[in-house]
Design a protein around this ligand. Structure first.
Ligand code: BGC
Ligand code: CA
Length: 348
């Protein structure tokens, strides 16, 4: 008799995939037959976001096998439009998802989503695009997983300082005692764009190295747009005057390299990105990209999933020791240059 019940339970888990299937009994045993996690991203084709999503899906699969539960991870693409994302989140709420992970299209528009989720009693984990603090205070079931943008900007600045100090003559091509730079910025309004820019520049000048800005513009985190901007700058008055390319992320830095190579530039300037994507690490190995700062997508995915799973299961959040102020998880960065890129490639 006992065995039959166990078998029925196992079959229920495997085939029914629907919450009420095991009745009250199962929840009193602490077993959840299916949990549903909704993931709404601002753009699915963003290289960095894609890695986070892939890792969340991988963790869900591993956990399904390990804990014998069914975990549905439904990923939807906002395609850069907030109204589309709002509709997608509405659907998750209407369908009774256990938890919703949101990578806002427009982080200043979080209040609408927060209020609806609060009404439905469904917790929200924001990631990568941080709502303002005032919005995060609207409810106690709101979380944010991301990184510390000031840290990535500072580390990016450090890489430029080190490259300059290693060979000042090579870095300062025209020998005027200043580093002429261009800045490729992420989407306007994104905390990582604004703050990385500020801290990268600050860090270099604080070390006593003079900077002169030639140009800066947004390339919306995208490689093709980074290449377009850089081509315009090269063709405009700047040509070989550019001695440093700061880029708020790796994709745009790689775009700048595409443009420099297409223009047949002999000696590449110092070029720095952020993220530590596999193609960026390879570019460091090839000697085209000077360095990057790892924005730990793996750790962020791990934290998002861990938190989502705990919230869906109703287990205490003490199991997620990374949480600070009961709401925030911020992963630390790592600096990568030619000296340690091999180790980093091994982690990938
Ligand atoms: C990453 C970018 C990414 C952006 C998306 C940033 O933290 O560094 O690569 O495009 O987030 O929101
Ligand atoms: Ca110079």
């Amino acid at each position: 008799m006992k065995r039959m019940i166990v078998t029925a339970l196992a079959l229920g888990i495997l085939f029914s995939g629907c919450k009420g299937a095991l009745g009250e009994d199962s929840s009193s045993r602490g077993k959840i037959p299916e949990i549903k996690i909704g993931v709404a991203v601002y753009r699915e084709d963003d290289t960095f976001i894609e890695t986070i999503v892939d890792n969340i899906e991988k963790l869900a699969k591993e956990t399904e096998t390990k804990d014998k539960v069914k975990i549905t991870v439904n990923v939807v693409d906002g395609k850069g439009t907030q109204a589309t994302q709002n509709d997608q989140v509405d659907k998750f709420l209407a369908q009774g998802y256990d938890v919703i992970c949101v990578n806002m299209v427009d982080r200043t528009a979080s209040a609408t989503i927060i209020d609806k989720a609060k009404n439905a009693g469904i917790p929200v984990i924001f990631f990568n695009r941080e709502p303002v603090e005032e919005d995060m205070q609207r409810w106690d079931k709101l979380y944010y997983v991301g990184s510390i943008p000031a840290e990535s900007g500072t580390m990016q600045g450090n890489i430029v300082v080190d490259a300059y100090n290693a060979d000042p003559e090579k870095a300062d091509k025209n020998g005027d005692g200043k580093l002429q730079y261009v800045m490729l910025e992420g989407e306007p309004g994104h905390q990582d764009a604004l703050i990385r820019t500020e801290y990268a520049v600050k860090t270099v000048t604080r070390k006593g190295i003079k900077l002169e800005k030639l140009a800066s513009d947004t390339a919306n985190w995208q490689r093709a747009q980074g290449a377009t901007r850089m081509t315009q700058w090269l063709e405009q008055e700047f040509g070989d005057k550019i001695e440093v390319v700061f880029s708020n992320n790796d994709d745009m830095a790689l775009g700048a390299i595409d443009a420099l190579e297409a223009a047949g530039t002999q000696q590449l300037p110092i070029i720095v990105g952020v993220d530590g994507t596999p193609p960026a690490l390879r570019a460091i190995q090839d000697g085209t990209l000077t360095g990057t700062v790892v924005n730990d997508s793996k750790k962020q995915a791990e934290n998002i999933f861990k938190l989502a799973y705990a919230l869906a299961n109703g287990t205490p959040l003490e199991d997620v020791p990374e949480l600070s102020q009961g709401k925030y998880i911020r992963t630390p960065h790592r600096q990568v240059t030619i000296g340690n890129v091999a180790e980093e490639l091994e982690i990938e």
